[in-house]
Unconditional design. Structure first.
Length: 564
């Protein structure tokens, strides 16, 4: 549940801190009081798009901080773990979002910095905001299949995954067929060029990393004379004539003679000189061996230089290195093979296409069967929910029309919601006959069904009761109250029938100090609720009669909730 929210310098809100509880919450106030700003704050917490226009005039940034308390087994913790954020020991989840005057947005979850996509991924598990604009999704027939598949996810998803995999194979084959069939005269003219390129690269008999290995070998061969001469000079200096090791050997002999006469003074020094002699002697032997192994091979050097020239020429045409050239060879070889064997390839691809189509058709039928079973269940549940919303005689059908000659990533089905709100009327498209009040109740019915499935703890309704009154308004209020037994429900409303059923009531109103305008939010006590309901009932003037009526509504609502 959402336990607290703090809002600072967001639009006309300077500072608001609200505590929430379990159950059904309503937010009321005059038109333009700023009720939608509270929804904007929740939208931002859930990863909605930000804007510098949301920062209060005169401030450098807006901040929203929300505290959620979430059960340990909720799926959101697994998503957080994937982002490197560990679960809080008490199930606390704190989201903080800042928006600067420059439009920059920063988000943190439990102190960890997250990007907007990460925040959206978390937000969709925490808050579901439903406003009047969402009604429009019911008018878009292409959205109906999404609702159906979501409702029947357990039964439909496996069949849909199998179908999607087959459809992808079929689509890939069709795309290849199309590309091959559209091979133009220009592509045919490219055959000679491709053949030349394949021959040129193939004849070079390149090996991976060959250029790097040749360059290293060339460096060694090119310096052979210098390496040999330096090694020879070094060896000569150590073992040549009366210098080097010969001189050191004589010096060691003299030191040993002196050490025999004065061991305390020169014995250690004589040993040190003798050790240095042995080390230099060993180094001299190694230098000699190195000198003898230096290779003089001008023929090999000439071959390497010619080979590098060949590779350099190919690099100028086909790539920056040998690996690039070989990859290009693979590509043009495939292109050439495709052009030269076009007819045979097409024949084989058409055969594969037909086999893939049969598989797609078979899996599409299985998907349709699953959807049909689920469609009947969804229609029955919607009718039951609409009955609670005083649409007792409503007929509802999830119509599925399958086309065996047209397939999309969703299958072969066209799904449409049909409704008959009055007895004797035929079932027609929901988008054509439903009134504003009816569409609100259909959407609420759907939300009631999906709220039992998706485990989202916070459900927000932004004036979804617009266009509804009387018994229908009362039914919507009762439905929201029942929904709040399983999740936290918030509703912005202008209807007293809805407001009286709330477990918590917040009044949003504006004030001014003569220079600035402020939006304030009051958590209403029982007396405050009565006065706010009276205002909603009577408009500008609150009378004793409207107050009595408001109190009666609260008493009846309390009684009704106690019996739910």
């Amino acid at each position: 549940m959402l336990q607290e929210i703090s809002i600072h310098n967001l639009a006309v809100i300077e500072a608001v801190h609200l505590h929430f509880r379990k159950g059904f919450h309503v937010l009321t106030g005059e038109t333009g009081a700023g009720k939608s700003i509270i929804i904007d704050a929740l939208t931002l917490v859930a990863g909605g798009r930000s804007s510098a226009d949301l920062v209060r005039y005169g401030s450098d940034k807006a901040t929203i901080e929300a505290l959620f308390v979430i059960d340990k087994g909720h799926p959101v913790w697994a998503v957080l773990a994937s982002l490197g954020i560990e679960a809080d020991s008490e199930g606390h989840l704190i989201i903080r979002r800042e928006i600067t005057l420059q439009g920059k947005s920063t988000s943190r979850i439990n102190g960890h910095l997250v990007n907007l996509s990460g925040l959206k991924e978390i937000g969709k598990w925490l808050v579901n905001i439903h406003g009047q604009h969402e009604h429009q999704s019911l008018f878009h027939i292409e959205e109906h299949i999404r609702w159906l598949d979501l409702f029947g996810d357990e039964e439909i998803a496996p069949a849909k995954r199998d179908y999607e995999a087959a459809f992808q194979i079929y689509s890939d084959i069709r795309r290849t067929v199309k590309e091959l069939e559209e091979t133009s005269k220009q592509s045919l003219q490219m055959m000679d060029l491709y053949r030349f390129q394949v021959e040129e690269i193939t004849s070079a008999k390149l090996k991976r990393n060959e250029d790097e290995l040749l360059l290293e070998e060339k460096r060694k061969l090119s310096n052979a004379e210098k390496r040999y001469q330096n090694a020879a000079d070094a060896y000569d200096l150590l073992y040549g004539g009366n210098k080097g090791l010969d001189a050191i050997s004589k010096a060691v002999q003299k030191l040993e003679e002196i050490a025999a006469l004065d061991p305390d003074m020169l014995k250690a020094l004589a040993e040190q000189a003798q050790s240095a002699f042995y080390q230099l002697e060993d180094a001299a032997y190694q230098i000699r061996d190195y000198r003898d192994e230096v290779e003089f091979n001008p023929v090999r050097l000439d071959f390497i230089e010619q080979r590098l020239d060949t590779i350099a020429s190919l690099k100028r045409k086909y790539g920056e290195n040998v690996d690039d050239i070989l990859q290009y060879l693979d590509k043009v070889t495939r292109e050439l093979d495709l052009i030269e064997n076009k007819d045979e390839k097409l024949q084989e691809l058409h055969k594969q296409e037909q086999e893939a189509l049969q598989q797609v058709r078979s899996l599409a039928r299985r998907l349709t069967d699953r959807r049909q079973t689920v469609a009947d269940k969804l229609a029955q549940e919607i009718v039951a929910e609409l009955r609670d919303l005083h649409m007792e005689r409503t007929q509802f059908k999830v119509q599925i029309v399958s086309r065996d000659d047209h397939f999309t990533i969703d299958g072969a089905d066209e799904v449409e919601f049909l409704i008959s709100a009055n007895p004797g009327e035929p079932l027609r498209s929901l988008s054509k006959i439903a009134s504003g009040g009816e569409i609100s109740r259909v959407m609420l019915a759907l939300k009631s069904i999906f709220a039992r499935m998706d485990r989202i703890p916070v459900l927000v309704f932004d004036e979804v009761d617009t266009g509804v009154s009387g018994r229908a308004a009362q039914a919507i209020a009762e439905k929201m109250s029942r929904l709040s037994r399983g999740c936290q429900v918030f509703s912005i409303t202008h209807l007293p029938q809805v407001a009286c059923m709330a477990d918590a009531h917040y009044r949003i109103h504006k004030s001014t100090d003569g220079e600035r305008t402020y939006t304030n939010v009051d958590d209403l006590p029982q007396v405050g609720r009565m006065h706010e309901l009276a205002r909603m009932l009577g408009g500008v003037e609150v009378t004793e009669k409207t107050l009595q009526h408001a109190q009666e509504m609260l008493d009846l609502a309390f009684d009704k909730k106690s019996r739910m």
